[in-house]
Design a protein around this ligand. Structure first.
Ligand SMILES: [Fe+2]
Length: 141
């Protein structure tokens, strides 16, 4: 398998893990990834559980801004060919992927989505850094 294929496979697996974790529990990230649920440790990083990347939270935890039905996800991270944010997703409280964006090093790590009409409840954003792994944040509409 080529290196590119390996990375794609890993990304796909990491996204699946987050989606399954969200669907399976329906709970907040803080409770899903609390110390007593550390099966995601080393796979999914959150503000509450940054694990080995404790010093990297500010540049990797995605921010979620909500303005009516418009949601903007941003990761405050530099973008270079060697080190960049690869992808964002926005996931509903039911585990449905509401939107996704894959970046190149020439992009900014910002993505925008439109919520389904009448959406209420929690929202989850994921952000994947090619060096600092997979991060999950939550918000609420
Ligand atoms: Fe990074």
């Amino acid at each position: 398998m080529s290196q590119t294929n390996s990375r794609r496979t890993f990304l796909k697996d990491a996204l699946s893990v987050a989606a399954v974790a969200t669907v399976a529990t329906g709970a907040s990230t803080s409770s899903v990834f609390a110390a007593n649920h550390n099966s995601m440790a080393g796979i999914v990083y959150t503000k509450e559980n940054p694990g080995k990347w404790a010093k990297k939270v500010g540049g990797h935890l995605p921010s979620i801004k909500i303005d009516g039905q418009k949601v903007t996800v941003e990761t405050d991270h530099g973008m270079s060919a060697k080190h960049f944010i690869v992808r964002h997703t926005l996931v509903s409280k039911d585990g449905e992927v509401l939107g996704e964006k894959t970046f190149t090093p020439d992009d900014e790590a910002i993505s925008s989505y439109t919520l389904p009409a009448g959406y209420k409840g929690k929202l989850y954003a994921t952000s994947f850094c090619n060096k600092h792994d997979f991060w999950l944040a939550e918000s609420k509409v």
